[in-house]
Write a protein that binds this ligand. Sequence first.
Ligand SMILES: [Mg+2]
Length: 255
Amino acid sequence: MARPSLFLDVDGTLLELVGHPDAVTVPAALPQVLQRLDDKLHGALVLVSGRNIAAIDQMLSPYRGTAVGVHGLECRHRGGQIEHHPLALMPAVLRQEIVRIVREYPGAFVEDKGSAIAVHERGDIAAADALADALAALCARRGPGWHCLPGHRVVEIKPSEVNKGTGLESVMRNPQFAGTLPLVVGDDVTDLDMFAAGTRFGGMTVAVGDRITRNGNLHLRSPVNVLRFLKRWSESNRAESMADVEALVREAATA
Ligand SMILES: [Mg+2]
């Protein structure tokens, strides 16, 4: 029986989305639930986020499992050091131009993750669209190596060859993931590369919330349901098959 591995997006999947990424609240039980589940899965639990790994560690302390950060630009195996993707160097001139554009939009702010930049927009929709267009035009001018990845009220500017899907693929090459079936959980369009990669490995996908509902094999309404599912899974003493895990997701969806 193939063991499941678990790939979890963080914001909007484990944590409720809020106006500013620094203002999220972490459910008190979450770090312990992740630790129990990671032990149960023999280290085959991976957090996959647009945030950098240092920020994830800080939020979920003392939990420090395997993580993919900045949409695949950072990777850290359980107990190891953070590794940076060779493409993870943003030219200073591109960074300056992004900052200059963002200054023209009062509701926008920059989240600088070192190897990538996220631009958040909290103004009206028209301003958000205009800002996204300006950033896309900038990336197009800068050549094929950089692209804009639009998410929910955020645009990520990052190397085009790296995404959460390539992050999942690189983790799957690790021995403790060999032969596992990935269960991939995410809430946003930036998770779709990871959904596609997980499906190529024969896994299943869970869409959280209402943004990518149709893209998942399964659906959970909110991070509350996700935590309920993870808690139930972490508490069971069985070695679940993918079918058992699917049943646990369906249970958490209706509870
Ligand atoms: Mg998310």
